[in-house]
Every structure is written in structure tokens, then in C-alpha cells.
Design a binder for this molecule. Structure first.
Ligand code: SF4
Length: 396
């Protein structure tokens, strides 16, 4: 249960020593805002051991991701949270889940951020900045902790540091996947998303120093150039890449990268094949969020930042995403593509056929894999991936 806490109800004394944790479930969340209030932002992911059961307060179109979150709440797995932030205007499932959660669990502290339906430039920035200010005011009312400009500055520096470091290691292993396995990279990324602290940033930087330190300046410059391209979601030139094993890419929406990386690890990732890049919401798209600037009002800067990240395909359309995918496949010499489709996810279903078409047009073997957050049919998923990989190993 999300712990009830409000200024009027009295904040639990026991939490004074321990920092309060605010859960979020949408990748484009202003973690800096929560840190600026002295709270801990933590990505709440699905739990593969919790079956997303029937929940009679949810509509039939609720996706597996949302069902799993509800089940986690019912089983008391979210009891360490002081509040939970739901997004609005992102997909029907999440929109609906936030509204229902309030009625189903009235004791929980539930916040909402409404994102602009589309990007209308300055008007959208203004709208989202106001939404973020409303969230900030509400957090202050609930917990009695004001937004601190000083803490905001420190938070931005730390989060920018995370993004800079993770983007570097992400880009480096696209060119040279032997630097670090996908599974290890996802562990570092998850650490950042679960609790962004100086210690976890230091750990990432130690990895970078150990992996990239011995490499030549020319190679490092290539990594940097690719990083800049991926920040713009363009890969405009070919790169000389390591080809010790077949090079695989993986696309999809809100599938948990750490969970799928475990399956890939068991199938021989890093030894028989290399998963060189993912374009998942909680992988690449979280890491490659742009840096926040200090040019103006913090809420405006956070809004600008969120609006410049890649959003749902149903919001931003397909054109640029497909150009980016094609350039990635061709210029980074990808030899196989895995498309993950979260069950009952509209954005995934909207995008998957076009992703498949791009891979086929480039004569790259592709597999579309329906998946649920629990990997409840893990053996089927493994078998399908295994047969895809066996075929690929024969081809390349
Ligand atoms: S998995 Fe798809 S439908 Fe479910 S919350 Fe994510 S984007 Fe929405």
C-alpha cells in the first residue's frame, strides 16, 4: 500500500529519518523536481513474480503493465512509497489507471501530471510547466517540503551527470559491445532509475574509467560522435563496429529491459550474440533524455526537457522514429531485430508493423514477440528467441 501521508493527516514520524520515496511509472518524468523537494524519485516497474490478475475496477482494455501494477498494490508490494505519480494523456491504459487508483485505494497519495497531447511549441511548454508547478505545490502541501532552488540545481547536476555517463557507455558498447554486456548495462541503468544517488553515479563512472580508459583517442572520439547523433536520434554515417558476434537490436515500449536482458543473458548474450542497442522506454529512451539547462524558470526548463524527449509513437507519429530505426540498422550494421510487443498496449501495436517493415526492407531478419510484464510464458519467449537466434547464427 502506498503510505497515506498528508499535511492534514500528519506525516508519519517514522519517516523523518528515512527519505520519502515518490514512485513514478512513466519514463518521461521530472525526477529533478522530486529531488528538489528532498524526496527520492523511484521508477516503479512491474514484478515478474506478481501475476497481473483480474481486477474488476479496471476496464477490459487495461494493458498487462497496468494490471501488474494493480496486483503489486493489492499484494502490498508498494508499501515503501509515500506517493505515486500517474501520467495523463499518454495512453488510455495509464490515463484510466490513475483515475481508478484514486477510487480503489483512497488512502494512497496519488499525483497526476497531464502531458500535452502533442507538441505545439511554446504553448505546450507553458502548459506542461504549469502542470509541473501544480505537482510541486501539491507535493509541498502533502509533505510540507518546499521546492528548493539549491536542491534543484544539485539534482540537475547529478541527473545530467548520470545521463552523460550512461549515454557514453551506451554509445560505446553499440560500437564495441564487448566493453560491457547488455545485462550489466541494464543493471547500471536500473540503479539510476530506482534511486539516483551520488554513489550510483560514482559506480557508473568507475565502469566507464575501467572500460574506456585503455582505448585510443580515435575510438573514444567515435563513441562521442555516435553519442551526439543518438541524442538527436539520427545516425547519419556508418561506423566501424566490432563484429565478433551477430549484432542484434531490440525495440518496443515499456517492456522491462532488465527482465528481458536476463532472458537474453541466459541465451548467450555477449558470448554467442551481442544485443548492441535497445530502443525501449526504460532503456535507451530514459538514458538519452537531453540535459536540463538553467536558462530560465526551473519548471519551464523541465517542461522543455520533457518535450524534447522521444514520446509515444501514438503522440509523435512514426516518421522520425522510422528514419532513426533505418539509420540505426544500416549504419550500425545490425544483423537481427527483435520487436517486443507488450500485451494490449496500443502504442506498441500501432508501431510494430512499421518497425517490422523497415527491417524487412533492409533485409534484416526480424521477430515480433508478444510479451507480458511477468513473462508468464517465459519458456515460449525463450523458445521463440532461441529459434530466431539459431537461424540468425546460420545466416551470418
Ligand atoms: S504498456 Fe502500453 S498501454 Fe500499457 S501503460 Fe505502457 S504505453 Fe500504456
Amino acid at each position: 500500500m502506498v503510505r497515506t501521508s498528508s499535511a492534514s493527516a500528519g506525516i508519519q514520524e517514522s519517516s523523518e529519518e528515512k527519505k520519502r520515496v515518490i514512485g513514478y511509472i512513466y519514463p518521461h518524468f521530472p525526477v529533478e523536481l522530486v529531488l528538489a523537494h528532498g524526496l527520492v524519485p523511484s521508477l516503479i516497474s512491474t514484478n515478474p513474480e506478481t501475476q497481473g490478475a483480474f481486477e474488476n475496477s479496471l476496464q477490459t482494455f487495461a494493458c498487462g503493465y497496468v494490471r501488474n501494477l494493480f496486483s503489486r498494490r493489492v499484494r502490498g508490494e508498494l508499501s515503501s512509497l509515500s506517493g505515486l505519480v500517474f501520467p495523463s494523456n499518454t495512453c488510455d491504459s495509464l490515463q484510466n489507471a490513475g483515475d481508478i487508483w484514486r477510487y480503489r485505494f483512497p488512502e494512497d497519495v496519488v499525483f497526476k501530471v497531464t502531458y500535452p497531447v502533442s507538441d505545439y511549441g511554446k504553448a505546450s511548454v507553458k502548459f506542461l510547466a504549469e502542470e509541473l508547478k501544480i505537482l510541486s505545490d501539491r507535493i509541498e502541501r502533502e509533505f510540507g517540503v518546499p521546492f528548493s532552488n539549491e536542491s534543484f540545481k544539485a539534482a540537475v547536476e547529478m541527473i545530467n551527470g548520470f545521463r552523460e555517463s550512461l549515454q557514453m557507455i551506451y554509445s560505446a558498447r553499440v560500437i564495441m559491445p564487448s566493453i560491457i554486456t547488455y545485462h550489466q548495462l541494464m543493471e547500471l541503468t536500473r540503479q539510476f532509475l530506482t534511486e539516483p544517488t551520488r554513489e550510483s553515479l560514482d559506480e557508473i563512472n568507475r565502469h566507464i574509467a575501467g572500460s574506456l580508459g585503455p582505448l585510443s583517442t580515435d575510438i573514444i572520439n567515435d563513441f562521442r560522435e555516435l553519442k551526439q547523433m543518438m541524442q538527436r536520434m539520427r545516425v547519419e554515417r556508418e561506423f566501424d563496429v566490432e563484429r565478433d558476434h551477430p549484432r542484434i537490436a531490440m525495440v518496443g515500449g515499456m517492456t522491462d529491459p532488465q527482465l528481458i536482458s536476463q532472458v537474453l543473458h541466459e541465451l548467450g548474450e555477449g558470448e554467442r550474440f551481442s544485443l548492441v542497442i535497445d530502443l525501449l522506454s526504460f532503456g535507451f529512451k530514459c538514458v538519452f533524455s537531453p540535459q536540463i539547462q538553467f536558462d530560465s524558470d526551473p519548471f519551464v526548463e523541465m517542461a522543455k526537457n520533457i518535450l524534447s524527449t522521444p514520446k509515444e509513437p501514438t503522440q509523435e507519429g512514426l516518421t522520425n522514429r522510422l528514419i532513426f530505426l533505418r539509420e540505426t540498422l544500416v549504419n550500425l550494421k545490425i544483423e537481427g531485430l527483435i520487436i517486443l510487443e507488450q500485451s494490449f498496449c496500443d502504442p506498441d501495436e500501432f508501431e510494430a508493423p512499421s518497425l517490422e517493415r523497415v527491417a524487412k526492407e533492409e533485409s534484416i531478419p526480424v521477430v515480433r514477440l508478444p510479451i507480458d510484464p511477468e513473462l508468464s510464458d517465459q519458456e515460449r519467449v525463450k523458445l521463440r528467441l532461441q529459434s530466431f537466434l539459431e537461424n540468425l547464427l546460420e545466416l551470418v
